[in-house]
Design a binder for this molecule. Structure first.
Ligand code: 5AD
Ligand code: FES
Length: 348
């Protein structure tokens, strides 16, 4: 297995069969070997500097009905809210003062915000804080919208592909949502000059090891600048309420694999990872991740943006996630930096 890991580090990809073998046949010892290699790779690319992105969850309304997600349109008990322009800008002001130089505007697919309105919000943020990067994470839109946002100044776009397998995709999503369209959006975003982030949930219902191998092969093909992965965590008001969560071990292993595949990719240790284990994000960093995304949303709405159960950082005490994460990173020998944290090509 160690040979396979060495070859992955060298060739940046394996065959589907080899990925399957690696993902289901590794021992604990192999995992430690992978983490050490992945960690060394991140240290070479980024040093002990961890990039931060201030996450602003600006709407919990969503027209989609994904089976796994707590804010799906079919959940009548989801608590809905929208932030006004002023509220979004005030999150950014607070974030800038705290040292954030990237803001991620994330929300459900909420038609209340017209494309023009989103573009206006992007322009307003850019004009107040021109040294900051803006990342959008607002789902599938048409080309004209992606172009409009880009021209307004959006730098990056997060759109997890969720699963590369068309059949598995339909088991996670109703209403004719397709993997094909999802992937087409990602290619489109890339061609418009966004730094793009794809990704998937680890341990989502019906996911097989072959599916994960296909996810890795798709990412190898797309070569995104960012990859977001985290464990699936059930939400009690969804059709997947009784499915088991993805595991810490498998998520960490995949983070390590992704780091070897794409040495300079921006790879967050996600909130979902911190939710399934108290030290999940720290262990994510030690397995090769190099980004954290502290919550910047107003404390009063945080509990309402519940994609899954028991999400961390939603209590009053979590007002300053940045400081919490700074302490957590310092304890494992890393530091949070005040930096946009743009993608750069690999340092050899
Ligand atoms: N568990 C873990 N992650 C989830 N997401 C949505 N619902 C869940 C869940 N129940 C992830 C999806 C989406 C991102 C914003 O959150 O991958 O792309
Ligand atoms: Fe949010 Fe620790 S990062 S409370």
């Amino acid at each position: 297995m160690k040979q396979l890991i060495d070859r992955l580090a060298q060739d940046r990809v394996l065959s589907k069969k080899e990925f399957v073998e690696l993902l289901c046949g590794h021992s604990e010892d192999d995992a430690s070997y992978l983490f050490e290699k992945a960690r060394k790779t991140s240290l070479k690319q980024f040093g002990n500097r961890i990039y931060t992105r201030g996450l602003i969850e600006f709407t919990s309304y969503c027209r989609r009905n994904c089976y796994y997600c707590g804010i799906r349109s079919g959940n009548p008990d989801a608590q809905r809210y929208r932030l006004s322009r002023e509220e979004i800008l005030s999150c950014c002001k607070n974030g800038y003062d705290l040292g954030f130089r990237t803001f991620v505007l994330q929300g459900g697919e909420d038609p209340y915000y017209s494309d023009q309105e989103i573009a206006d919000i992007v322009r307003l943020i850019k004009s107040s804080w021109p040294d900051c990067a803006i990342t959008l994470s607002i789902g599938e839109k048409d080309t004209a919208a992606y172009l409009l946002f880009r021209e307004a100044g959006a730098d990056r776009y997060l759109l997890r592909h969720e699963t590369a397998d068309p059949y598995h995709y339909t088991m996670l999503h109703p209403d004719g949502q397709t993997a094909e369209n999802r992937k087409a959006c990602l290619w489109e975003l890339k061609s418009l000059g966004y730094q793009v982030g794809a990704g998937f949930m680890v341990g989502s219902p019906f996911q097989t090891t072959e599916n994960l191998a296909d996810d890795l092969l798709f990412l190898h093909e797309l070569q995104p600048q960012m990859v977001g992965i985290g464990p699936f965590i059930p939400h009690h008001q969804t059709p997947f309420a009784s499915y088991p969560a993805g595991t810490l071990d498998q998520t960490l292993f995949l983070l390590g694999v992704l780091r070897l595949m794409m040495p300079s990719v921006l790879l967050p240790a996600t909130t979902a990872l911190g939710t399934i284990a108290p030290d999940g994000r720290e262990r994510g960093i030690l397995a090769g991740a190099n980004v954290v995304m502290p919550n910047l949303s107003p404390v009063g709405v945080r509990k309402k943006y519940a994609l899954y159960d028991n999400k961390i950082c939603t209590g009053e005490e979590a007002a300053e996630c940045r400081f919490c994460l700074q302490n957590r990173m310092n304890r494992i020998g890393y530091e949070l930096v005040v930096d946009r944290g743009d993608y750069f090509p690999e340092r050899s």
